[in-house]
Design a protein around this ligand. Sequence first.
Ligand code: SF4
Ligand code: SF4
Length: 91
Amino acid sequence: MNKKIMINQNRCSACGDCQEVCPQKILKIRRVSSDEKQEMTLFQRINCFYHKNNRLEVIDPIKCLGCGLCIKACRHEAIFLEDFKQLEKIF
Ligand code: SF4
Ligand code: SF4
């Protein structure tokens, strides 16, 4: 697959709806450590605190099928598939 699943942490509410529908079980809500919080923007730290220090993570992106079920499940438009070619232009 030439797309990569990405999370917009500024929009994500860590609700876990996408985690429930992913057939590959590669989406995981987990607790954020204090070290990780240091690397976040102020907005992300506040967002994280508001969501009980939980955060969504893609644990094994290579296993993503690109099925889009997580995107359909998300009410906040916080998860999306990005074209690798677009990513190459960014990084
Ligand atoms: S696109 Fe499909 S396989 Fe990939 S993370 Fe979303 S639900 Fe899982
Ligand atoms: S990406 Fe969307 S569905 Fe998944 S945890 Fe974040 S807000 Fe919930």
